[in-house]
Design a protein around this ligand. Sequence first.
Ligand SMILES: [Fe+2]
Length: 501
Amino acid sequence: MKRRDVLQLALTAAALAPLGRFAFAATGDAWEAAFLDAMADEPWLLGYLGCDDRTFEAAAEVTGSWPAALRGSLYRNGPGMHSLGGWRYRHLFDGDGLVQAWRFGADGVNHQARLVATHKLERERAAGRRLLPGFGSLPPDAVGVTGADDLNPANISVLPHGDRLLALWEAGSAWALDPKDLTTEGLVTFSAETRGLPFSAHPRLEPDGTLWNFGYLASADKLVLWHFAPDATLKRVKVLDVPRVGMPHDFMVTRHHLLLLLPPLYPEPGVDADTLLDSLRWHSREATRVLVLRKADLEVAGEMELPAQWVFHYGNAWEDEAGVIRFDAARAPDPLLMTESFRELMRGADADFTTSAARPYRYRVDLRAGTAVEEPFADMLGEFPSVLPRHVGRRHGELVMLGRHAGDQPRHDGLDRVSVFDLEREIESSWRYPDTEMPEEHLPVEAADGSRWLLGPALDWASGYSLLRVFRLEDVAAGPVATARLPYAVPLGLHGRFLAG
Ligand SMILES: [Fe+2]
């Protein structure tokens, strides 16, 4: 079929062992060849090489003193397999979801990782090549699609939900996995009426177990809201008409409200584009809208405006007695990291990761006054904000982010530091990673005895292995108390969740 037909269908659908340096021989695909060439000069690109179609399993070698009370599983997800049949994806976000489990138990630290056996991957495995378009990739001779889940790579995050582990994308359904061995159980349908509705990769779990999520239907200008009880049963779903809803990636909850920022990035009707990514337009003169919804009736409580900005991730939101909402986020001036840099990265081109990189910002939203204001709170780059699970939707004392200080010049293009901000005393504590390592999202967690830790996965690209570090949340600057090292490298992932036990 014609390329434009494929895109049109995609838009319609959206509306509803060691990696080894040389695991992939260069083929006729120019992007594959260019990436392998670039990696010879920039070995940190190992993190984005991608794995082949395999399962990872190993006991980690632990050095230091692993906290005895820290038992449970850190589940993570991210784009894992970027190349199949000698053809490489054109965007970082298209790789098949690789779900990992780091398990901390009496027998030490064990690791496992498997690709999610989505409909898409099963069809492509059988064909021995890519068949379906992705967010920013269109393989040669692509086939048509009938719905968003035909394209769903389940590659952004994970969520323990009831007795299942969900692998999450953002434009389609969740995939269910068996948390014990990460085998894929199937596409999730929460109810007959909600079959196929998008379920984003950033649900918010309140301390009492109540779960909220959203989904967007970009070309239909609709926003889906999901509300689950602590026992994982679906309580409410609502579909709202929201003009120019775009592609919000994350959202927030407070005691009484749900919040989304709607940056002015949305598909342009009638654009001649090969992929959904190519159809998006950034409207830099338009506002980023702040949409506040009431939990009680899932109706709009207010809409305010901020200058145009792109935000992938929020730390946390809370509201005071007067109803004023505060939140923090990793704020970028525009979405160029996604629309350009993460595309160029896939062919190893010298992508600029810093110009449009996010910085730590805090916000104040006054519903009664109808105002939203923002300010930076640290002069540095920052991404992957996170807070302790007990603070979700409540006032939080600290915020964890990956960062990069002005003047730091690591031997790779990523962030190189983990920072813990004491928001009340306005102090940043941080630990800088060795230049030969690239940190991934770090999560603050609580052990069964109430002790507080920071879990930090990273890739040692120089030695070719992945690792997981544990820091005391109260003293990250002292460095890790323990490090678990794998005998292999796993592709750099995106998001995770810790399940104590
Ligand atoms: Fe994300």
